[in-house]
Design a protein around this ligand. Structure first.
Ligand SMILES: NC(=O)c1ccc[n+]([C@@H]2O[C@H](COP(=O)([O-])OP(=O)(O)OC[C@H]3O[C@@H](n4cnc5c(N)ncnc54)[C@H](OP(=O)(O)O)[C@@H]3O)[C@@H](O)[C@H]2O)c1
Length: 342
């Protein structure tokens, strides 16, 4: 059993955080300090876990501005934080990450687990130029390249987690895959006439990762306290990459299995070409704003050109850290289709 730490966990209400916080509370004795812009939202999230009061009391929710480094430093010092899990997002990710790292430095934390993304980080100029080629001008990727480069200069140990493409991204395609079913006593949804996946993953494709697996890896790296995994990057995701053809195969099989043997429904994914990317960007502009729409467009273009996934060595390191294989993406797709269509 590792010793107990006081862990500052950002984005506790997010995809990873919703998995990580319960794991830390249920499977460790660490205290967790949870910064948030909405304590009410996070309170409700913790309450819904139905934890015993002595376990729930190890979660301390602090409402404030994560972009204020003085506030972050004060929280770390007030609560005796020795470890941080740093997961940030947003158009100001570089600025916010740098100021929070300054706050961690001033508060003398001992260990950081940094949530990055899958890519090859290299110490050589040639290797680095390959990484930069892959990201092109995707800002939310480039920020992580820069932060990974400066982490070794900071006065605390660190482990980097490099997840591939989240499985939860598929859920954004739900309105393009199914429609609500009004028939009484029937399944909640029926397939659209032409169900389609909206992320254009191209012909090389991407490895997929569950936020739960990222959370399990984070717990291991927090417990490790920078001993075995100091200065290491662990990639998290399936060894297999899912390209357009594979994604269509998996989702079609899942829909047909849920609907019964005679179903001939086919799930499709658009080619990752300029016309598709134009349409996707247009759709995303309304949903997430023009800047992020452009960012995601360029990211899908990069995935189509380079693919996204661990090599055999990276995969083996992940299995060693997790103590098991990552979760099964295809089983999850089947379960998701069943939950909609049965
Ligand atoms: N989606 C993917 O396929 C993928 C793949 C690889 C890597 N990633 C990386 O994963 C990270 C996102 O993880 P996630 O999806 O678990 O998080 P998320 O769901 O996007 O987390 C959202 C919450 O994090 C807090 N937060 C994070 N950054 C903030 C900021 N700059 N300012 C204010 N609040 C901030 C806010 O919490 P409150 O509302 O409580 O204040 C916000 O509601 C990003 O760095 C992304 O690049 C994603």
């Amino acid at each position: 059993m590792s010793s107990s730490h006081t862990v500052f966990v950002t984005a506790a209400s997010g995809h990873i955080g919703q998995e990580l916080v319960p794991l830390l509370l249920k499977t460790t004795t660490h205290k967790v300090i949870l910064p948030t812009s909405s304590a009410a939202k996070l309170d409700a999230q913790i309450a819904s876990l139905g934890l015993a009061s002595d376990v729930a009391s190890r979660a301390v929710i602090v409402e404030g501005d994560i972009k204020d480094p003085v506030w972050v430093q004060e929280q770390c010092q007030t609560h005796g934080v020795d470890t941080a899990f740093l997961c940030l997002t947003g158009s100001d990710e570089l600025f916010t990450t740098c100021t929070i790292l300054e706050a961690f430095k001033a508060a003398r934390i001992k260990h950081l687990v940094y949530l990055s993304a899958w890519f090859e980080q290299s110490n050589t100029v040639a290797g680095m130029s390959g990484t930069l080629d892959m990201w092109g001008i995707v800002a939310h990727g480039l920020v992580k390249v820069a932060i990974e480069l400066i982490l070794p200069t900071l006065p605390f140990t660190h482990t980097v987690l490099g997840p591939t493409l989240f499985t939860t991204n598929d859920l954004r395609a739900k309105p393009a895959l199914v429609v609500p079913n009004d028939a009484p006593g029937a399944a909640a949804f029926v397939p659209r006439a032409q169900p389609r996946l909206i992320e254009p993953l191209g012909n090389i494709g991407a490895s997929r990762v569950f936020p739960y697996d990222i959370a399990c890896a984070a717990v291991r790296c927090i417990d490790d306290a920078g001993e075995r995994y100091n200065k290491r990057k662990i990639v998290i995701g399936t060894l297999k990459s899912y390209n357009k053809a594979e994604m269509e195969r998996v989702w079609t099989a899942a829909f047909r299995a849920a609907l019964g043997g005679s179903s001939d429904v086919s799930v499709t994914m658009a080619e990752c070409d300029a016309a598709t990317l134009d349409r996707l960007e247009e759709l995303l502009r309304a949903a997430i704003g023009p800047g992020w729409a452009k960012e995601l467009r360029v990211m899908y273009d990069a995935i189509a050109e380079y693919g996204w996934g661990p090599n055999e060595t990276q995969y083996a390191e992940q299995v060693e850290l997790l103590g098991r294989e990552p979760m099964d993406y295809e089983a999850w797709v089947h379960e998701t289709a069943r939950s909609w269509l049965v």
